[in-house]
Design a protein around this ligand. Structure first.
Ligand code: WT7
Length: 677
C-alpha cells in the first residue's frame, strides 16, 4: 500500500477522541472465583518463553497424539503450531465431556417467538445429533476429509451441529452469515470450491418468519453461471416435518435433512484423527479489494487458543451459563460461542432473534430465566438497548459476573451504562480487540488482574505482544500520545494460516509492510499488520482508533468499500461510485455512497433506490448505504484519484481541509450544499 494512502485514510477514519478515563476495579467476589489471578501469567507468556508458553493452552485440550514441535517457522510467515499432533475438534467439544457431564445442558436454544419453548440440549443429545448428521454428510453427501462445505444458516442449534459434524469428519466448514444475500453466499461457495450447501428453510427475525431457502436458489444459480456445480443442497426445517419456505424443492439437488436423517438414527461416526495444522474452517472477511478473503484457520492451534482465552479472559468455568449474542456466522460466534465455550464444557445460550424483539427487556428476561452469568455482545447492541430501554435491566433479577464487548470501540458513556445498569456494578467488563484473521483475542484486560478503563481495550492478552509503528517503521512508544499502525510482534496459535488459495495476498496484506527480511525464517522479522490505527497509553493499555485501510466497520462487522462500490456499479447508469464511513449513534459507522452517473442520465429517486437494492442483493442489508448522493462529479486529484477523504469529511459534516490540490474544487461546494441540508 503506498504510504500516502495510509495517512490519508487513517485521518479520515480516526473518529475516537474521548478523554482518558479512570480505572474501575473488579470486585473481590469476582477475583475469588476467577480462573486467572496470578500476575505470573505475564512472565510465563513473555517473549523469553515464546513459543513454549502456549503449551499451557494446548494442554487444555485432548490430543490423540501429542505434538513434538510447538512452532514450525520453516514456511514463514505461514506458521505451523503443535506440529506432529493429532486431534479432533468435535471430540474436544463433545465426546470428552460425556464421561462426567453427559446430562448437562450444552445448548439452551431460545426461539425468537416468546411463546415457543426454550430447548435444552444436553451434551449427550448433542453427541447423538452431531453423529447422525456426520453420518449423513459422509454417506448421503459423500463428503470426505479436506472437502469444503458451505453453511448458510440462521442462529439455531442445527448450525453448531452442522459445524461440529463437519469437524468430526475433518471437513472444512465455511459458514456464511445468514443475513448475507444469496449472491454473497455464491461468491464464498465458488471461492472455497464447496460442492455442498447446508441451509435452512426459514427462521424468525423481528417477528417475521423469513424465507431463507430462496437465498439458496439464488446462490446455486449464480454458482452455476460461474461454471461451478453444487452437488447437493441440504435443507434443515426450522419446524421439523413442515416445510416453511415458499420456494420449491428442486428434485435431485435439494434434500430435506430432517427426512433423510431418519435413515441415520443412532449412527456413530468415529472422530477423524487429523493433524493439528489441518484447516478446521474458512471464514470470509472484507479487505481493500472487492473479493472477500477466506481466512483459513487451523484445528490444533485455533482450538488451543480459543480454549485458553475462553478460560482466562472470558473466565468460563464448566458451571457457567454463557451467552454471547453475536451471530455464529461471524468469527466471534465461531470462537466464543461454539469452539471455546463448548471445549470447556460450558452451557451456552443460542438466541434466534434480535435483542429488541418484542421489546428491549428481552435479553434481560432471557438472562433471568436461564441464569446467565457471562454475557458477551457488541457496542451496537448495547447502544440500541440503552436507547430504547435504559431502565429495562433493573426490572429483572439476573446477575452477571462478567461481560464482554467486541467489534468496535465503545464510547465511555455507553461503557458506563453497560457497567452500571446492565452489569449492576457487579460484573467485570472485558473490552476485547481482535479480528477474523486472529482467531481469538489480541488485547483485553485479564479480568481479575487488570483494572478496566472505559474506551480502552487493555494490554495485549498473555502471549500477545503488540507494537505500534509509524509510517516509517519507527516504533511509537507507550505514552507518546501519537497514533500509529498497531502490529503484533509474534505469531500465536489462533492466527489464521493463510488466505484460502491466495498465499501472496496473505503475505502482501498482513506481513509485507514491516517485514525486515522477506527470506527470513525467523518470526522476529515478520510483525503482523492488523490494519488498525491505535494509541498506547502510559499504562500499556491500547486505544483502537479505527481501520487504516478501505474498510468500514458497521455494527462491529467489516465491509470493504470496494465490495459496496462494485455492487453499485452493477446498475448500468452508474459511472463512478465511492463509499465513505459516516459516524452513526447506534451502529458506530454506516456507509454513505456517492455516485456519478453516465452522461445523459438525470438523477432520480428511482435510480437511487435501484442502487441501494443492488447493494442489498449483492451483499446483504448490512451494507445498505445510509444515503445515496448523486453528484455531478467526484472530487478528484489531478491524477484522477477520487478523494474519499473529502467525501468522508462532507458526510460527517467536518472541515474539508485543503482542497487546492483537487482538479475540480468547485464540486466540493456543490456537494457541501447537498449534504448540509
Ligand atoms: C476489526 C475486526 C473481533 C471480532 C468481531 C469483528 C475492529 C474489533 C474492537 C474493539 C475497537 C475493534 C477493529 C478490527 N474491532 N474489536 N474491542 N475495539 N475496535 O471482527 O469483522 O474481523 O473486524 O474490528 O477495527 O480490525 P472483524
Amino acid at each position: 500500500m503506498p504510504k500516502n494512502e495510509v495517512v490519508e485514510t487513517s485521518e479520515a477514519q480516526i473518529a475516537v477522541h474521548w478523554q482518558e478515563e479512570k480505572y474501575y476495579y473488579p470486585s473481590s467476589k469476582f477475583i475469588a472465583q476467577a480462573n486467572l489471578t496470578n500476575e505470573d501469567v505475564y512472565k510465563r507468556f513473555s517473549l523469553d518463553n515464546f513459543p513454549e508458553c502456549f503449551k499451557e493452552y494446548a494442554d487444555l485440550i485432548d490430543w490423540y497424539e501429542y505434538w513434538h514441535t510447538t512452532l514450525d517457522t520453516s514456511d514463514a510467515p505461514c506458521w505451523k503450531w503443535f506440529v506432529g499432533g493429532k486431534i479432533n475438534a468435535s471430540y474436544n467439544c463433545i465426546d470428552r465431556h460425556l464421561k462426567n457431564n453427559k446430562n448437562k445442558t450444552a445448548i439452551h436454544f431460545v426461539p425468537e417467538l416468546e411463546n415457543e419453548k426454550i430447548e435444552h440440549i444436553t451434551y449427550q443429545e448433542l453427541y447423538v445429533k452431531v453423529n447422525e448428521f456426520a453420518a449423513l454428510l459422509q454417506s448421503f453427501a459423500g463428503l470426505k476429509t479436506g472437502d469444503r462445505v458451505t453453511i448458510h444458516m440462521p442462529m439455531v442449534p442445527e448450525l453448531p451441529i452442522a459445524m461440529l459434524a463437519c469437524a468430526r469428519l475433518g471437513l472444512i466448514h465455511s459458514v456464511v452469515f445468514g443475513g448475507f444475500s444469496g449472491k454473497a453466499c455464491a461468491d464464498r461457495i465458488v471461492d472455497s470450491g464447496s460442492k455442498v450447501l447446508i441451509t435452512m428453510d426459514a427462521y424468525y427475525r423481528n417477528g417475521v418468519l423469513l424465507d431463507h431457502k430462496e437465498k439458496a436458489n439464488i446462490a446455486v444459480d449464480q454458482v452455476e453461471k460461474e461454471g461451478q456445480g453444487i452437488d447437493k443442497v441440504l435443507i434443515w426445517q426450522r419446524y421439523p416435518d413442515k416445510y416453511s419456505s415458499r420456494t420449491s424443492i428442486i428434485e435431485g439437488r435439494d434434500f430435506i435433512v430432517n427426512n433423510i436423517l431418519k435413515d441415520y438414527r443412532g449412527k456413530k461416526i468415529d472422530p477423524v484423527k487429523i493433524s493439528a495444522e489441518a484447516p478446521l474452517f474458512l471464514m470470509y472477511t472484507s479487505g481493500t479489494t472487492g473479493k472477500p478473503k477466506g481466512c483459513q484457520h487451523s484445528t490444533g492451534g485455533y482450538l488451543a487458543y480459543v480454549a485458553g482465552t475462553s478460560k482466562y479472559i472470558q473466565d468460563i468455568h464448566p458451571e457457567d451459563v454463557y451467552w454471547c449474542m453475536a451471530d455464529i456466522g461471524w468469527i466471534t460466534g465461531h470462537s466464543y460461542i461454539v469452539y471455546g465455550p463448548l471445549s470447556l464444557c460450558a452451557s451456552i445460550v443460542l438466541y434466534e432473534g434480535i435483542p429488541t424483539y418484542p421489546d428491549a427487556g428481552r435479553p434481560w428476561r432471557i438472562a433471568e430465566e436461564l441464569d446467565v452469568n457471562i454475557f458477551h455482545t457488541a457496542p451496537t447492541a448495547i447502544r440500541g438497548l440503552r436507547k430504547i430501554g435504559p431502565e429495562e435491566p433493573l426490572k429483572y433479577n439476573y446477575h452477571f459476573k462478567h461481560m464482554t464487548t467486541v467489534g468496535e470501540p465503545i464510547e465511555p458513556e455507553v461503557w458506563k451504562w453497560y457497567y452500571e445498569v446492565v452489569g449492576k456494578s457487579e460484573a467485570v467488563i472485558a473490552d476485547t480487540w481482535w479480528q477474523t484473521e486472529t482467531g481469538g483475542f489480541l488485547c483485553a484486560t485479564v479480568p481479575a488482574l487488570n483494572p478496566m478503563k472505559p474506551g480502552s481495550t487493555g494490554p495485549g492478552v498473555p502471549g500477545i505482544h503488540p507494537i505500534i509503528y509509524d509510517d516509517h517503521g519507527k516504533e511509537i512508544v507507550a505514552g507518546e500520545g501519537r497514533a500509529g499502525n498497531i502490529c503484533i510482534k509474534n505469531p500465536w496459535p489462533g492466527s489464521f494460516q493463510t488466505i484460502w488459495g491466495d498465499r501472496d495476498r496473505y503475505v502482501g496484506t498482513y506481513y509485507a509492510r514491516y517485514c525486515k527480511n522477506q527470506n527470513s525464517k525467523d518470526w522476529r522479522d515478520w510483525p503482523y499488520l492488523t490494519g488498525d490505527a491505535a494509541m498506547e497509553a502510559e499504562d500499556g493499555y491500547f486505544r483502537i482508533l479505527g481501520r487504516i485501510d478501505d474498510v468500514i466497520n458497521v455494527s462491529g462487522h467489516r465491509l470493504g468499500t470496494k465490495e459496496i462500490e462494485s455492487a453499485a456499479l452493477i446498475v448500468p447508469e452508474v459511472a463512478e461510485a465511492a463509499v465513505v464511513p459516516v459516524a452513526d449513534d447506534l451502529k458506530g459507522t454506516v456507509p454513505d455512497l456517492y455516485i456519478a452517473l453516465k452522461p445523459g442520465n438525470p438523477p432520480s429517486e428511482e435510480i437511487s433506490s435501484r442502487i441501494s437494492e443492488a447493494i442489498t442483493e449483492s451483499i446483504g442489508k448490512i451494507a445498505k448505504p445510509r444515503k445515496v448522493w448523486i453528484v455531478s462529479d467526484m472530487p478528484k486529484t489531478r491524477s484522477g484519484k477520487i478523494m474519499r477523504r473529502v467525501l468522508a469529511a462532507l458526510s460527517n459534516k467536518k472541515e474539508v481541509g485543503d482542497t487546492t490540490t483537487l482538479a475540480n474544487p468547485d464540486v466540493v461546494d456543490e456537494i457541501q450544499k447537498m449534504t448540509s441540508i
